[in-house]
Design a protein around this ligand. Structure first.
Ligand code: PHE
Length: 446
């Protein structure tokens, strides 16, 4: 059983604060650099429809399970299971893997976070460098090849995230998200308004929403399941941790519903913005770092009001990265704090670990990639291990614990009022989600 700390447990100031913070965790790089691309490449409208089904039948049940486990136990991702079972529970393995995953994800996320800060800085002070492909490629290799530069920006990203978490749950994390999420929505609306005036808007709409069955495949379906899971930050214990700071009488289902709707709308809007710009300039479609750090910067230099659009865009990416990274840091910190270690000491321990692993991730780039095992760099290993192994295993444990083990808490009766919704969500939680998670887990291993 966990040792409880003497200080009263942290809590959100309001349900709105929880909503903003959980949405901040969910809205991340995945919404901007992955979803639009996989939607377009896998047949547009059909993929989007299938993705929505996955969101409601796989991602939402896992998210609700996590929030409920946190809200009921008022404990961190590991001890929550022991608290609920009243003894040392082996289900806590899910939490342990989740904590490990957050540390690994934070390590490579911080490397990318550093690049984002660098490009935001460049879009303000050195926009001329975006005007040729050569210039843009030089900028990207500058930040990845020159270790001291990459590490300096990464350090700024890490320190920013850690100092926000050091502020505490309500005055640090909640306050940040209450500011950044509305700002992020404003930026999205501004950019969407701009994109709607571009000649490529109609083609972007076609790419994202036209029903094209020829491009819809089984791989695309599995990709939709996997991404639905990743995009709501399920499977690492973030929602258990955030849920543990939620008032006991807060209604989980409507809040979780709003979070997934906001997350999906932001992903769809990002796709429309990015592809309107790409198609207006007849550029090739891409995803991931190539899209954000090469394709788009070059295109910004070719469109009207390009510098303003570039600055707004990199601010948007910065906000999404920061609101997700604070949630990653809070999971291990909450675990250590519940063990009786002070918040600052916990942050200090984690800072050392993340800085070390994060440096190894940064050193994975450049002309000489260090630490290559079986053809993958350290950066790749952190990504592969967390998203393909840890996330599905702990997600499966979380959802099964909630669906099969928590019957004495009558979770479905407590969460869903309508009998039909309750039946549907019970089926989704106990059957659909576990089967889907096993399928993506297998896909990851194969
Ligand atoms: N949900 C984030 C995104 O869409 C990614 C993430 C996953 C963040 C897991 C934290 C934990 O990009």
């Amino acid at each position: 059983m966990p040792r409880s700390s003497k200080a009263p447990r942290a809590a959100w100031n309001s349900q709105f604060g929880f909503l903003m913070s959980a949405a901040g965790s969910a809205v991340g790089l995945g919404n901007i650099w992955k979803f639009p691309y996989i939607a377009g490449m896998n047949g547009g409208g059909f993929f989007v429809l299938f993705y929505l089904v996955c969101i409601f039948l796989v991602a939402l049940p896992v998210m609700i399970a996590e929030i409920f486990i946190g809200q009921t136990s008022k404990s961190n991702a590991v001890h929550a299971f022991c608290q609920i079972e009243g003894r040392k529970s082996w289900w806590r393995l899910g939490g342990i893997l989740g904590v490990l995953a957050t540390v690994l994800i934070m390590s490579f996320y911080s490397a990318v976070g550093g690049w984002i800060f660098f490009f935001l800085h460049q879009s303000i002070s050195n926009f001329a460098a975006f005007s040729s492909l050569d210039g843009v490629e030089k900028l990207f290799s500058q930040i990845t090849d020159r270790f001291e530069l990459g590490l300096a920006y990464q350090a700024v990203f890490i320190l920013t995230s850690f100092s926000i978490v050091a502020g505490g749950v309500s005055s640090g994390i909640e306050r940040l998200n209450k500011m950044l999420i509305p700002a992020l929505v404003m930026i999205i609306l501004l950019l969407l308004g701009y994109a709607s005036q571009l000649p490529g808007f109609a083609k972007a709409w076609q790419f994202m929403f036209d029903f094209d069955l020829t491009h819809f495949s089984t791989t695309g379906m599995l990709e939709a399941v996997g991404h639905s899971f990743f995009t709501v930050s399920a499977g690492v214990g973030i929602m258990i941790t955030y849920g543990s700071y939620l008032q006991s009488d807060a209604k989980i289902a409507p809040i979780a519903g709003v979070i997934v709707v906001v997350d999906t709308l932001i992903a769809l809007a990002s796709g429309m913005i990015i592809f309107s710009i790409v198609f207006s300039q007849n550029a090739a479609i891409s995803s991931g770092p190539t899209l954000i750090f090469k394709t788009l910067p070059l295109l910004f230099s070719q469109i009207q009001m390009g510098q303003a659009v570039a600055i707004l865009f990199f601010m948007l990416v910065t906000f999404t990265a920061l609101t997700s990274s604070v949630s990653l840091v809070e999971v291990p910190v909450a675990y250590l704090v519940d063990k009786g270690i002070s918040r600052n000491t916990s942050l200090g321990i984690l800072l050392v670990v993340v800085s070390l692993l994060g440096t190894l991730c940064s050193l994975s780039f450049g002309s000489v990639s260090l630490f290559v095992w079986f053809g993958h760099t350290f950066f790749d290993w952190c990504d592969l291990l967390s998203s393909r192994v840890l996330l599905p295993v702990s997600g499966l444990l979380f959802v099964c614990f909630f669906g099969y083990k928590m019957d004495s808490h009558r979770p479905f009766e407590q969460i869903y009022r309508s009998i039909w919704v309750r039946r549907l969500m019970k089926f989704a939680t106990c059957i659909v989600a576990p089967v889907a998670i096993i399928a993506i887990g297998m896909m990851g291993i194969i």
